[in-house]
Unconditional design. Structure first.
Length: 124
């Protein structure tokens, strides 16, 4: 279930933080996804609570389905690529050759866009 936390902005407006727990990473640190929810103006009471819960549920479902991956690291993308695509669909030798491409640890722990930039500059 998504956790809702009430926040007050600097300008006095109220926003809510939705937090969804997604398990733990390989270093046993908790993985949480967050999203700021801003209710439509004029909503109060039970209508506000229902709308916030609806938005939080939609966010939670997106996280659990895996459709919300905007901050995925390149390391996680590689693991997902090999497990979901390469191993079932490519020849064993091709998978082996792909696994030999060396990607330095600092690059593996960066967001996807930077890591892809680095891969484009590697001469194979």
């Amino acid at each position: 279930m998504a956790e809702l936390i009430k926040r007050t902005k600097k300008d006095g407006k109220t926003a809510y933080l939705a937090r969804v727990y997604c398990g733990r990473d390989k270093d046993h640190k908790p993985i949480c996804k967050t999203k700021t929810l801003t209710p439509p103006p004029g909503m109060t009471g039970r209508k506000l609570d229902k709308e916030l819960q609806r938005q939080a549920d939609e966010f939670e479902q997106a996280v659990l389905r895996g459709t919300l991956q905007s901050d995925m690291l390149f390391d996680a993308l590689l693991d997902k690529y090999f497990s979901e695509y390469a191993e079932p669909q490519l020849r064993e030798r091709t998978v082996y050759d792909l696994s030999l491409i060396h990607i330095s640890e600092p690059t593996r722990r960066t967001p996807i866009s930077y890591a892809v930039f680095c891969l484009k500059n590697i001469r194979l």
